[in-house]
Design a protein around this ligand. Sequence first.
Ligand SMILES: [Zn+2]
Length: 176
Amino acid sequence: MQNSLSCEQVTALLSFYAEDKLSSKLAQYVKQHLEKCPSCMEKFMIMKNMLTKLTELHDEELENPYATKQYEDFKSNLSAYVDNELNNSDSIKIKKIAISNPLARQDLENIYTFKKLLYSSFEKTKNDMKNDYSRIVINQLQLDEEKSLDPFFKLSAAFVLMLTLIVAGIIKFLYF
Ligand SMILES: [Zn+2]
C-alpha cells in the first residue's frame, strides 16, 4: 500500500480511526494525513467529539432512572430501526419508547446526526463516481454515434461510385 492516502480514503477510515480500530500502520498513515490536511482534521474533530459525547452519555445512563429493561431493548434494536430493518410492530415499539423515554430520544437523535455526518462524508466520493459514470456513458454514446454514421457514409460512397460507373457505362454505350 502507498503511504500517502487521499482525502476520500482518509474520510472513509475516519470513524475506525476515531475508535482505534485500524492497524497501527494504517492509523499511522491516517495520522500523517491529518497533520497535513486541515479539512480532514476538522471532520475528525467533529467525529471524535461526537464519540466522546456518546461515551459520556453512556456513563450517565448507569444512574439514570430511565435506564430500564425497556430502554436496553430499545438500544439493542436501535441500529436496525435506523436502517429500516425492523418489522412494523417492532418499529412502532421503538418509536413509542423514543417518545416516552428522553434517554432513548437522545440516542435516536445522536445516531441520526452520526449517520448524517457519515453520509455527507461519503457524498463527495459518491458524486465523483457518478460524474465518472456519466462520462463513460457519454463516451459510449459518442462511439455508437460514430459507428452508426460510418456505415452510412461507406454505403453512400459506394452508391455514388456505382452510379458514376453506370452513367459512364451508358455514356460509353451511347457515344462510342
Ligand atoms: Zn484530507
